[in-house]
Design a protein around this ligand. Structure first.
Ligand code: DGL
Length: 265
């Protein structure tokens, strides 16, 4: 048994969608979340910058005595996971990409579309990982760089978001030969209802959700699951934007939580 919190981080609000899944699947687990809201979006930044930011956050989470770290960000996973595992060998670090690909492979999907940030899509990591599991799988990828800034601004449940989705995705879905779609960015579950409504025939895979299965497996294998305890979830951010406060309130209404501004680096 291990009652220490699980550390989560993301460039901004997106990683909160993974915590929602954790709370559904493993309600005893407590979290320390760090959202780098001052420096979001990561998706249009260079690999070195993303690695630097990710390293600072992991150092901070380790200093806060977390028991496992979830990189609740596809962009940071694609750029920094290997480097972070190499550098911080004493703590399990889980990324969002491999668990999602494993689920797609388990469902025997033959063709899949992938949407994500520019950095994630340019890294080609989803294609490479999908082919590792199924060399014959057909993939089509698309970067949708305007989604994250709109979501961070809370522009979600309205026509502007719908038009932006169509602007990026109409041709992609029409011309692409796929029946399922990986939401390769942890911000995207916040617009999954829009995507589902506009393209009802696509089966959606959420990278935010699949990673929690891995967390459960690792903590169980290592006998590190938490028992009920009075640790309060902590939500830290590098900028306490109005939207971060609104979003944490909306998502975690009745849960005891502490929100604080922490600047790193
Ligand atoms: N939620 C992130 C991801 O999964 C963030 C994207 C960004 O900061 O651009 O890729």
């Amino acid at each position: 048994m291990d009652n220490r919190p699980i550390g989560f981080f993301d460039s901004g609000l997106g990683g909160l969608t993974s915590i929602m899944c954790l709370k559904d699947m493993m309600p005893n687990e407590k979290v320390l979340f760090y959202g780098d809201t001052a420096r979001t979006p990561y998706g249009s930044k260079s690999p070195d910058t993303i690695r630097d930011f990710s390293k600072h956050i992991v150092e901070y989470l380790i200093s806060m005595n977390v028991k496992l770290i979830v990189i609740a960000c596809n962009t940071a996973t694609s750029m920094a996971l290997e480097m972070l595992r190499e550098e911080f060998k004493d703590i399990p670090i889980v990324g969002v990409i491999e668990p999602t690909v494993r689920k797609v492979a388990k469902d025997s999907r033959k063709s899949v579309g992938i949407i994500g940030t520019k950095a994630t899509i340019n890294s080609d990591i989803y294609n490479a990982t999908l082919r590792k599991y199924n060399p014959d799988i057909k993939t089509s990828s698309l970067a949708c760089p305007a989604f994250v800034p709109l979501i961070e601004e809370g522009i979600v449940d309205n026509k502007i978001m719908d038009l932006t989705i169509k602007y990026y995705m109409d041709d992609f879905v029409k011309n692409g030969d796929f029946d399922s779609l990986i939401l390769g960015c942890t911000h995207y579950p916040l617009i999954s209802e829009n995507i589902n409504r506009i393209y009802p025939n696509l089966k959606l895979y959420s990278s935010s959700q699949e990673v929690i299965g891995d967390v459960k497996r690792i903590l169980t294998e290592r006998d590190m699951l938490a028992k009920e305890n009075d640790y309060k979830d902590r939500y830290y951010a590098s900028d306490l934007s109005e939207n971060f406060l609104k979003m944490t309130d909306n998502l975690f209404k009745n849960r005891d939580k502490k929100i604080k501004l922490i600047k790193l680096g």
